[in-house]
Design a protein around this ligand. Sequence first.
Ligand SMILES: [Zn+2]
Length: 419
Amino acid sequence: MSLLIKNATLLSGKKSDILLEGGKIAKVASSISSSGEKLNAKGKLLIPGMVNTHTHAAMALLRGVAEDLQLSDWLNVVWKYEAKMSPQSVKAGSALACLEMLKSGTTCFSDMYFHMDETANAVQQSGMRADLGYGMIDLGEEKKRKSELATAEKFVKEWNNKAGNRISCSIAPHSLYTCSSELLQQANSLSEKYSLPYHIHLSETRKEVFDCLEKNKKRPAYYLDSLGVLSNRTVAAHCVWLTKEEVRLLASRKVSASQNPVSNMKLAGGSTAPMPEMQEFGMNVSLGTDGSASNNSLSMFESMKTLGLLQKNARWDATVAKDSAIFEAATLGGARALGIPAGEIKEGKLADLVLLDLKAPNLLPSHSLVSSLVYSTHAGNVTDVIVDGKLVVENRKVLTLDEEKIVEAAQKEAEKLAN
Ligand SMILES: [Zn+2]
């Protein structure tokens, strides 16, 4: 099956035709003819689909449940809700999240949560791409550790490379403060065994650093390194309270960072991921939204803009976090972090693409398409989304999902949780 995109505008400003075949970008040229299906992209900007490298999709149901609270109080509220979440609620929340992500130009996301079969089912139906991991927590209990590792491995066996390879898995120990050193290490063995990303929260708060120093006499990055769990498979979410030397260490181990600027600011993390140093030391930088309880939006456009504003303001330097680097973090950087050949419009890459309405008032004039993408675009500008070479959103309508049903189910499940 092939799909020919005609007359699209690329970020370079050039007009181009793009032929998609077998889920991949087969050809990019000024004019291509094909007898297959065609999509007229005149007046539209074609970009690689965005890759959200850190979220908890099912938390879409918890949007707005814990507002204006300090992190410890926020956690208490969220945990209270999560204790009530059934497979049915994870199913409803994940479907709602897929809908929101597709409509805002995200084609792939990396998720860490529980009842992950339901999230996988939602992804399968949606036509999206995702890297999914069961979030493990043992709080130092051996029995719990064994069952968590077994659940994680069972999920990998069932879902890795499924849905026509759109679903891959990761190994996801939650964090160094909820997982024992044994769990962190055994999780790494699993990640090595199956060659899967090792997705973990790292240095999100100052408290995490202080507690780690007290308990392990090492800062978080050094502690993880002493356990031997840092590698090119590691995707470290947040990376906010890192020293320059920790960034150097993470970069030397080829760890990817997932920056989550909206979530960090909303929960008043008080510091900023050191993106300029990450770039200086050649660390792969990506972007995530985190869950909807600490971001309230899964829009990567919002996260890109916030990342730029936050970095510039925090460093008193408007030259840091250049628009092209931010856009790369949201696309190619994410694909690299997850080991997926996507994130750029190049022959041979996965055909995960997004079209935007270039005639929208907020995108005019087109002096700089990249800065428009990072600072002016919103989800409403997304017209069409292609994943794996197939149209998933056409003229703002999601073809794969029953929008009305999903919204209704999400509302119903959210009400159940609130009671
Ligand atoms: Zn998170």
